[in-house]
Design a protein around this ligand. Structure first.
Ligand code: AMP
Length: 215
């Protein structure tokens, strides 16, 4: 299965990608996670990317395409992959097409998660994750322990730098201007499937699994 998960920030792409990874034993390729790792490692690329990420903008196409090109060449991608957060521009989608053609691979499906903007802002401002085990929480809908630590391991919870409201609004605008056109791009190629991302997590999961049966 070679899948792209499309959708605005906070639509649940990461959560659903993790589920698909377990279900199909294929890797989740999250450009956001890879960029955050580069920022943590203070690599030259990470340092440059951080400026764009902190502002809620997009990291330049050539940087992100380079990361994905390298990742897709690894052996664990031969049987499939889930792209989460990539592509985010038409230029990235065109580059992906070329990379896949070089690797003699085709996409099976592009799943677009649709969620309304105000729900996204609430999801993102409340989002926290454990610094030790990585478990995700939401301060209102999936709260941590009463003392604000991780329920699973007692670790300290972190909020992403770009989950502040002003940055979130900027990320939404960037999504509408630069990423949303990919829906038409993939619709024209007969690859797009739309899922209602306002349903609860399990219902979204079931909808995705059902539609993948037809891909
Ligand atoms: P995410 O975790 O997918 O929300 O990504 C966090 C941030 O990383 C984004 O707001 C962008 O600054 C950057 N980023 C992630 N993926 C891409 C991409 N495909 N193209 C450009 N920037 C990206």
């Amino acid at each position: 299965m070679k899948i792209i998960l499309l959708g605005p920030p906070g639509a649940g792409k990461g959560t659903q990608a993790a589920m698909l990874m377990d279900k199909f034993s294929i890797p989740q390729i999250s450009t956001g996670d890879m960029l955050r790792a580069a920022v943590r490692n203070q690599s030259p690329m990470g340092t440059k990317a951080k400026e764009f990420m902190d502002a809620g903008g997009l990291v330049p196409d050539e940087v992100v395409v380079g990361i994905v090109r390298e990742r897709l060449q690894l052996d664990d991608c031969h049987n499939g992959f889930i792209l989460d957060g990539f592509p985010r521009t038409v230029a990235q989608a065109d580059a992906l097409k070329e990379v896949l053609a070089e690797l003699d691979q085709n996409l099976d499906c592009v799943v677009s998660l649709e969620v309304d903007t105000e729900a996204l802002v609430e999801r993102l401002t409340g989002r926290r994750s454990c610094s030790s085990c990585g478990r995700g929480f939401h301060v209102k809908y999936d709260p941590p322990a009463a003392d604000g630590t991780c329920l699973a391991c007692g670790g300290t919870l972190l909020q992403r730098d770009d989950d502040q409201e002003e940055t979130i609004r900027n990320r939404m605008q960037v999504y509408h201007e630069q990423t949303a056109p990919l829906e038409d791009y993939y619709r024209e190629q007969g690859l797009l499937q739309v899922v209602n991302g306002m349903q609860d997590m399990k219902a979204v999961q079931q909808s995705i699994l059902t539609l993948l049966q037809g891909c």
